[in-house]
Design a protein around this ligand. Structure first.
Ligand SMILES: *Cc1c(COP(=O)(O)O)cnc(C)c1O
Length: 413
């Protein structure tokens, strides 16, 4: 397959590796474990180091198995280029560290994955200034901008309370102001949503979640959509300006993020993630169906105080979500009424497993305030809309009827 025809999402992923020659006609890109790459002519080694010739230098900065995965993600996101990292957090941290300077300002959604929230506190302490804004409303984001704002950062659907960012309007605002717009697409996955369609400059994916999909490998990525004009970004180091402007951002993130900070993805993990990605459409499609069925059932039950899922009409951003996304994903959260202990409820589940991950094939449940949001304390939790009894459910691909029965019997007991 070496034509320029546009195929569907899954066909494209399945046949991606074959667009470049693979040793022995192997149908999977092999796992290249070599750290060093040898050259017959020492001048070629120098040319690769100087960026005059494509090739590999040292495993920390790139690896053929990882490149094959990067190419797949670029296609999924319809982007220009992708850089993979050891984890989703390594990708976010690398982008931020590579692109921010002392005195720069960031506007971040206030509704965030807990570890990203914690990263912003570190960034704040290191000299850049981070403001949190209610990203469900573009006016709040606009009000938070200052002349020093370099980056606006949002999640598509926030983990774990499922607020939906006003993605398209924030995109327009950033484009007008020349601000770098970073969208964490983990909760939707490129199967349900491409942030490029709302003018995102960079797209983050925690590959650990829906893309790998089996909870057996960690990984993260950043994709340059090609929409941002890097000549407007003041912090590009001169040495990367010898490339075409479209490559400035990627060159700096790759060099600083992988070479200097070293959060590189290993080839074995890249292989697991690439194999997992082949079935993303099948898995995510089924997870969406299961999540909708479970959320609907729980919302109708009088023992439940609240269910947060953008697929439900009661969700404050339901219309926005159905406008933006093909479906609303496999994650929802809910609150039990007073009198039902959330630990007792979780312990009565036979299929839902108390565990901290999401986008797995199995259904995973977690009491948010007592685990992943424990460190931030009750006040910050309240500000982020995290109830003390909030249970996050990452819905798997089990048979729908089995899940409905399980979540229902745990209430009855
Ligand atoms: C899990 C997650 C991350 C971090 O990914 P890791 O691979 O666990 O480091 C970032 N953003 C969101 C929205 C996530 O759910």
């Amino acid at each position: 397959m070496n034509d320029s025809k546009k195929y569907g999402f899954t066909t494209t992923i399945l046949h991606s590796d074959r667009q470049k020659p693979i040793e022995h006609g192997s149908l999977h890109k092999p796992i290249h474990t070599s750290v060093a790459f040898g050259y017959k002519d020492a001048r070629d080694l120098a040319a690769v180091f100087q960026g005059r010739q494509p090739g590999y230098r040292y495993g920390r900065q790139g690896n053929p198995t990882v490149t094959a995965l990067e190419d797949k993600i670029t296609k999924m996101e319809d982007g220009n280029a992708t850089i993979c990292f050891a984890t989703g957090m390594a990708a976010i941290a690398a982008v931020v560290q590579a692109l921010l300077r002392n005195g720069d300002h960031v506007v971040s959604s206030a509704f965030l994955f807990g570890n990203t929230n914690s990263l912003w506190q570190t960034v704040n302490a290191q000299g850049a200034d981070v403001s949190m804004a209610d990203a469900t409303d573009v006016a709040q984001v606009e009000a938070a901008l200052t002349p020093a704002t370099r980056i606006v950062f949002v999640e598509t659907i926030a983990n774990p309370r499922t607020q939906v960012a006003d993605l398209a309007r924030i995109g327009r605002l950033c484009r007008e102001r020349g601000i770098l717009y970073i969208v964490d697409n983990t909760m939707t996955s490129p199967y349900l949503f491409q942030p490029k369609t709302v003018d995102a400059s960079l797209v983050i994916n925690a590959l650990t979640k829906s893309i790998g999909g089996h909870g057996n490998a960690l990984g993260g990525s950043v994709t340059d959509t090609g929409l941002y004009d890097w000549t407007r970004y003041p912090n590009i180091v001169d040495s990367y300006k010898r490339f075409a402007p479209a490559q400035w951002g990627v060159a700096q993130i790759r060099a600083k993020g992988l070479r200097d900070f070293g959060g590189s993805l290993g080839p074995e993990a890249a292989h697991h993630l690439a194999v997992g990605a082949e079935t993303m459409a099948l898995r995510v499609g089924r997870e969406c169906v299961n999540a909708m069925a479970l959320a609907t059932m729980l919302e109708a039950d009088e023992r439940i105080a609240a269910v947060h899922y953008p697929g439900l009409q009661s969700h404050p951003q339901h219309a926005l979500a159905t406008d933006l996304f093909d479906a609303c994903g496999g994650l929802f959260s809910f609150e039990l009424k007073d009198g039902i202990d959330c630990f007792d409820y979780l312990n009565r589940l036979k299929l839902g497993i108390p565990a901290s991950n999401l986008g797995d094939t199995r259904t995973l449940v977690i009491p948010v305030a007592h685990t992943i949001f424990y460190e931030m304390g009750p006040e910050r939790r309240a500000r982020m809309g995290i109830a003390e009894s909030l249970i996050r459910v990452s819905v798997g691909i089990e048979d729908t009827a089995d899940l409905l029965e399980d979540f229902s019997q745990a209430l009855d007991a």
